[in-house]
Each structure stands twice: as structure tokens, then as C-alpha cells.
Design a protein around this ligand. Structure first.
Ligand code: M6P
Ligand code: ZN
Length: 200
């Protein structure tokens, strides 16, 4: 057996950066344009230039059974139409793998969705440890005016499955109504469901 060396990283709670860092992912609006409900709002923003929505700083760790992976996410504040800035969201490729989030700065919601379309939302701020149980897709939404920064840890063999959420979206959207984050039905998810039923 090859013994892996223990190590430590430094997590900057206010900037959200991990050092030393492995992969850094930057997701712009153009990377997730179809995920926002208001296509006209997406076009309007993109016609003026792209927009950075969030960044992920992952610790440099090997994937695989027995490992625990971790990263920070910096989700910038803003809206696309009425819809608040959010991550893409995913199921784990191995659906029965869980995850833990810890809020470091700013505020947001963790949105979770089960296979049958059931949606749950968990408000998060600095100090909130939120649990993503096995079998729930998960996405975060920034509901504040500052970057929403959180730490996440999950099993090394979980993997990311983006396809399902890319196709149908979440059944609920988080929008800003009169300054309040409000959960509303996603019209796109509704029409996709109807189309699937009609097709067969
Ligand atoms: C969290 C974790 C990561 C994930 C990141 C961004 O930090 O769940 O695994 O990559 O959020 O979310 P997504 O991959 O859905 O864009
Ligand atoms: Zn995950």
C-alpha cells in the first residue's frame, strides 16, 4: 500500500481561496446560458459581454474510493432577469454519495431536488453546515449583495452528473420579488415534463 502524505491547506474565508490549489473552475453566463429561465435577459447581458457567475477552487487531491474531495465556491451576487445567480447544480454520478457544505461568507440558499421533482431549500450564511443527503441534486443560489462563499466536501468516488439538470432544470427557481428571495415554479421544467408525457 502506498501511504499518502498528510497535508493541510489554508482556506481564506473572506476571499474564498484555497492554497495550495488544484483545479480552478470559472463559470461564466455563456457556460450556463440555457439554465436561466429568462432567455431574453441572457441575450441582453451577453450582447454587452460575458459575466463571471462563480469560481471553484479545488484542493489538489486524487479522486477515487476512500478519498474525500474538497473545494470552495465563490458565487458572485447578481440576477439574470429576476433569477438570482446560481451554480449549475448536479447529481452525483454515484447517486448515493452525500456532501457537506459550510458557509464561510455572504448568504445564499442550498436548493436540493430529488428524482421525483421534490425540491427543498436550506438558507445558508457564514457558519451554516448544510447536509446534502444521498440521491439529492444540489445547487446554490446567492441571495445577498456580497459574494456567497462556501466550503464543500464529498466522497472521492461520487463524480458529477450535470446532464439531468442541464436538460430539465430544477422544478423551482429562486427569484428576487420585492427584494425578497422567493421560490417559484420553473416554467421550463413544467413544459419539459409535459413534452415528455406527450412523447411517450
Ligand atoms: C460545490 C461542490 C462542488 C461543485 C461546486 C459548483 O462546491 O458541490 O463539487 O463543483 O459546488 O457547483 P457545480 O459543479 O454544480 O457547478
Ligand atoms: Zn456534489
Amino acid at each position: 500500500m502506498d501511504l499518502m502524505e498528510p497535508f493541510a491547506s489554508e482556506v481564506d474565508f473572506s476571499r474564498g481561496v484555497i492554497e495550495p490549489v488544484g483545479d480552478v473552475i470559472q463559470r461564466h453566463l455563456s457556460d450556463m446560458s440555457g439554465m436561466y429561465a429568462d432567455a431574453d435577459a441572457v441575450d441582453r447581458i451577453l450582447s454587452q459581454g460575458d459575466r463571471l457567475i462563480y469560481e471553484v477552487y479545488a484542493a489538489d487531491l486524487p479522486e477515487g474510493e476512500g478519498q474525500v474531495l474538497y473545494c470552495t465556491t465563490i458565487l458572485y451576487p447578481g440576477r439574470v432577469g429576476e433569477e438570482l445567480h446560481m451554480t449549475k447544480g448536479h447529481f452525483h454520478a454515484q447517486r448515493d454519495r452525500a456532501e457537506v457544505y459550510l458557509g464561510l461568507a455572504g448568504e445564499g440558499y442550498l436548493l436540493l431536488q430529488a428524482d421525483d421533482g421534490t425540491v427543498r431549500s436550506v438558507p445558508m450564511r457564514s457558519g451554516t453546515a448544510a447536509y446534502v443527503p444521498p440521491h439529492w441534486a444540489h445547487r446554490t443560489v446567492n441571495t445577498g449583495d456580497e459574494p456567497f462563499i462556501f466550503f464543500a466536501a464529498w466522497p472521492g468516488d461520487a463524480g458529477h452528473d450535470y446532464g439531468t439538470i442541464e436538460e430539465t432544470g430544477f422544478a423551482k427557481l429562486l427569484v428576487a420579488r420585492d427584494g425578497e428571495p422567493t421560490l417559484v415554479d420553473n416554467p421550463k421544467a413544467e413544459s419539459m415534463r409535459n413534452r415528455r408525457q406527450t412523447d411517450g
